[in-house]
Ligand binder design. Structure first.
Ligand code: SF4
Length: 482
């Protein structure tokens, strides 16, 4: 089985803790994130509060997802049949390499050296821009935030607002540097920045013959795909080019339009805090003389069937990528998305990425959470993120236990088990501990433990050991043992 590639292998040896440490040192980043997440949290909470049946909608969303995943094979085959009957072509991609190859071949066949892209996590996940670049094909992002990230030679740090870590003056600087056509007097006024981007993108829309998109949903009954967005740039991509190639994760299928209706209510309120998203584009196969005349759907597995096999972890596939869990997560708010080292940041990234690539390849991510449960409270499809985190932590421990070279933590735990297994050993250890603690402690607290234990005391004190253990007290008080 090939190892699943998840687009952005940015994790160094230190994993999330080391990357988070680095991010925490960036006070500008923390300010940008705090401002953005606070605003969007308030908006979400206000519009969700307007709906008396919000909880029923969440239940419906979760039930549809669970039911669909139980019969995923059936719904995917129905989707394939419906797309094919309406003039589209369906391709199945086991992993990122295969998906990249399929898309590259399809673009090459058109003779085009350029593609315009609608914001898509799936293409980010398979590293499509890089694999196209290797074949001499340039990909242009058309979502404004994605464009900022691309022009800034950066990587996305939020599901919905990939450039959330940048403020207006940083964006102005990127535009001035990377867009030769921007007016010299361009300011950091949001409207002026948006107009400059629009001017830049208009040329691409009018000259590029191939588009690549993702999809928020794919309706099995009719073979219809849906993209929801706020700017309308996506709609330009989906309608102007001759060829449209959509790369879609297999979990995006929904059985019917009635099911889609539930998600079209849940998604905008949870993601942008809007009652309805400004642009909902729907397309079904090809229509002669209207829109792209060639349509390809690439259905992507890339580890998803493995996730489906895990009865606890599979709920991560319910995700509709609204990003509400990121916006309420106290860990995400402080570290930003890059620290997670994967395309999917925040709480959903902490449970999805380790499952897609194997916990052994992202062992620190299930710990990138305080388990406060705020993510579970806001998730529109009721994914029990804390439950999956704990489940994955168990898998990390199991994996470490089975490793040929024991980890320092494993050695420490084995030593502790040996000490606790014998009362005499425990008392000897307590006496030794008291002596050591006497040297380290002051006023009943130890502010700094030595060596690798120091990580524990970086942000908290340890209570010093009491002068006698319970057993010693018992012997002295009750048994008269002096
Ligand atoms: S896990 Fe839930 S809250 Fe987080 S992005 Fe997915 S659907 Fe939204």
């Amino acid at each position: 089985m090939s190892r699943t590639f998840l687009g952005l292998p940015r994790h160094g040896d230190g994993g999330f803790p080391a990357a988070a440490h680095e991010a925490l040192a960036d006070s500008q980043l923390r300010r940008n994130l705090h401002k953005a997440t606070t605003t969007i949290r308030a908006k979400r909470s206000a519009v969700v509060g307007e709906l008396p049946d919000w909880e029923a909608l969440r239940d419906a969303g979760a039930a549809i997802k669970e039911r669909t995943l139980r019969h995923l094979d059936v719904h995917l085959e129905r989707l394939e049949q419906a797309v094919t009957e309406r003039g589209g072509t369906v391709h199945w991609a086991r992993d990122a390499a295969e998906a990249g190859r399929i898309v590259g071949d399809l673009v090459a066949r058109t003779g085009s050296r350029e593609v315009v892209k609608v914001k898509s996590m799936a293409t980010e996940e398979i590293g499509l821009n890089d694999s196209l670049a290797e074949r001499g094909i340039s990909a242009y992002e058309t979502d404004l935030a994605e464009l900022i990230v691309q022009l800034g030679h950066d990587t996305p740090s939020h599901i919905l607002v990939p450039a959330i870590h940048k403020n207006r003056s940083e964006i102005l600087e990127i535009f001035r540097r990377e867009m030769p056509s921007v007016p010299a007097d361009l300011t950091d006024d949001p409207r002026a920045l948006a107009m400059a981007a629009r001017q830049h993108l208009r040329e691409k829309f009018l000259s590029t013959r191939v588009a690549v998109s993702g999809a928020n949903f794919a309706v099995a009954d009719t073979g219809t795909l849906a993209v929801v967005e706020s700017e309308g740039n996506g709609r330009m991509c989906l309608t102007l080019p001759d060829t449209l190639i959509s790369v879609v994760g297999i979990e995006k299928v929904v059985p019917s339009w009635e099911d889609l209706e539930v998600f079209l209510q849940l998604l905008p309120r949870s993601s942008t805090g809007e009652r309805m998203n400004p642009y909902t584009s729907l397309w079904t196969g090809v229509t002669p003389g209207d829109g792209p005349q060639e349509f390809h759907l690439v259905l992507l597995d890339n580890g998803r069937t493995r996730v489906l096999a895990d009865t606890v972890g599979r709920q991560a596939l319910n995700c509709i990528r609204c990003s509400a869990c990121l916006n309420v997560c106290p860990v995400y708010e402080r570290t930003g998305g890059h620290a997670y080292g994967s395309v999917y940041p925040g709480p959903i990234g902490a449970i999805l990425t380790p499952q897609l690539i194997g916990v052994e390849n992202a062992p620190t991510l299930p710990y990138a959470s305080s388990l406060c449960g705020a993510c579970y409270d806001v998730c529109p499809v009721k994914i029990n993120i804390p439950e999956v985190l704990v489940h994955l932590r168990g898998q990390v421990v199991e994996h470490k236990r089975s490793a040929r070279t024991p980890s320092p933590e494993g050695v420490a735990m084995a030593g502790l088990a040996w000490v606790l297994a014998d009362p005499a050993r425990l008392e000897r250890a307590q006496r030794l501990g008291r002596r050591g603690a006497g040297l380290l402690g002051r006023d009943g607290r130890i502010a700094r433990l030595p060596g690798p234990l120091g990580g524990w005391t970086d942000s908290r004190d340890v209570p010093a050991m009491p002068p006698e253990s319970f057993r010693e007290w018992w012997r002295r008080e009750r048994l008269g043992d002096a």
